[in-house]
Design a protein around this ligand. Sequence first.
Ligand code: 13P
Length: 291
Amino acid sequence: MSIVSAKEMLLKATEEKYAVGAFNVTNIIQMEAVVEAAVNKKSPLIIQTSVTPSKFIGKDVFSAVYRVLAESAPIPICLHLDHCTDVQYCKDCADAGYTNIMIDASKQVFEENVRQTKEVCNYVHKLGDITVEGELGTVSGVEDQIKVAEDEAALCDPDKAVEFVEATGVDLLAPAIGTAHGIYKTKNPKLDFERLEKISKLFNGHGAKVPIVIHGGTGLQPDVVKRLVSLGGAKFNVSTNLKHVWIDSVYDYISAHREEYNPGKVDKAAREATIKLIESWIDLLGSAGKA
Ligand code: 13P
């Protein structure tokens, strides 16, 4: 039960109106910490790696550790490749054992986005229980190797979204609704809640069919997170928050123990801070006890 794709756990989340946290990790200890937090909270979990860490640590290493951790965990866990713009690398990660793949061709013209997303769907669906996330419209900010300026960002057209899903066979849809990667410049970024509601109703109005993904979780106010979830956000992506907590806790530990040369203790401090962070996200998203 533990090694699963994203779709089934997100259909359940959509039906029951909570969201599964999708947490970007850059190393193995972070991966373990995220799993431990989800097990503590009895929550389903999506572990994500962006392309750069996946190449740095190695897709096979991430996948092997995922398998070991997920096989012994009493919760469903998915390993997701985040924002990949390279069709071949999407296929390679599916071959390596990732169970959900995001092909991000959102910067391309619509027809090319459809072509690339469809190619990835056709390939990975033949491999077994592996699902695909596609993006329509563009999310501003910086995520790994992808940079989108605010004035370049375009929101998702609901009618086009229907055409996109039908033409590609994509399993999960990430519609751009105004959220952004990285740190928000204002406390209350302008989000298009009505657009999200319309898109959610189009796909999941009469029973859940295509779960909706919300990008740019870091920095959103708790009431905004809850509203996005209540309007249909079923996969909730959080990345920058994990990076900050990791770096800050390593910095704090080393600053307070300047004479100590014990990497295990530094790792432990960062691991514990990450577990606390993920547990609080799980509580906010409402997925505790849903495994
Ligand atoms: P943040 O870095 O803003 O949390 O966004 C995460 C994300 O959407 C990853 O795909």
